[in-house]
Design a protein around this ligand. Sequence first.
Ligand SMILES: Cc1ncc(COP(=O)(O)OP(=O)(O)O)c(N)n1
Ligand SMILES: Cc1nc(C(=O)O)sc1CCOP(=O)(O)O
Ligand SMILES: [Mg+2]
Length: 221
Amino acid sequence: MSLENSYKKSLHPAFPYPLYLVVSEEFCTQLSYLQVVEQALQGGVSMVQLREKQATSASFLAKAFRVKEITDAYSVPLIINDNLTVAMQVDAAGIHVGNRDISPQEIAYCWPNKLIGYSIEYWQQLQSPAIAYASYLGVSPVFSTATKVDTVTEWGIPGIQAIRKATDLPLVAIGNMQVDNCADVWQAGADSIAVVSALCKAKDPSYQAQLLLNQLSYEAL
Ligand SMILES: Cc1ncc(COP(=O)(O)OP(=O)(O)O)c(N)n1
Ligand SMILES: Cc1nc(C(=O)O)sc1CCOP(=O)(O)O
Ligand SMILES: [Mg+2]
C-alpha cells in the first residue's frame, strides 16, 4: 500500500509503541545484540523484548541487566520473554507469554501493574479468561517465519482485520514483518510491528528501523 492511499491512524493510547524489537543474541548476525539494541533505539524503536530461549536463567538475567541499561538510557520499556523471575529481578516494564508459559492471571497476581503481552495463536483464545489480564495481544504469527516454527495459525491480513474487530486491546503484529509488508499490516489494524530478523540481521539497525517506521503512518500523540 502506498503512503498516499493510507490514512494516519492514532497510536493506541494504552500502547504508544509502534515499532517493537524482539532481540535474541542468536539471531544477531552482523553486530552484537547490545549494538543491535542501541542502534535500533537510535533509529526510533519504541519497545524492546529480550527473548533468550536457550540461555540459563543466570545468563538471561545478566543479559537482561545489560539490555535494561541501554533501554533505560532511551526511556524505552523493556519486556522479558517467558521468564517471570528475570522480569521481576531486572524490574522490567513487563513480560510476554504464550499458551505454553505462565498464565497472564498468575503474572498479574504475583507482579501487579506491569505490562503483560499474550500471544494469540488460535481464535478461541479471544474468549479465554487470560484476555482480561493482557495489556496487549501478539498476533502470532501474521506471516510464517523461519525465526519461530512452532506456530499454529498464520493469521495474514484477514486475521489481523478479524482480531481487530473482536477486541480493543492493542495488537502487536509479529512474524516475518518487513519494510515491504508492514504498512498493509498496520493499516489492517495492528498497533505495533514487532521484528526479529529485520533489525537483528541488519548491517545498520538504525537505518532499518527508520525505514520500517516510515511505512507506519500515524498521528503523534
Ligand atoms: C510480541 C510477541 N508476540 C508473540 C511472541 C511469541 O510468544 P510465545 O508464543 O510465548 O513464543 P516464544 O516467544 O516464547 O517462543 C513474542 N515472543 N513476542
Ligand atoms: C518471537 C516470535 N514470535 C512469533 C509468533 O508467531 O508468536 S514469530 C517470532 C519471530 C519473528 O521473527 P522475524 O521477525 O524474524 O520473522
Ligand atoms: Mg513464550
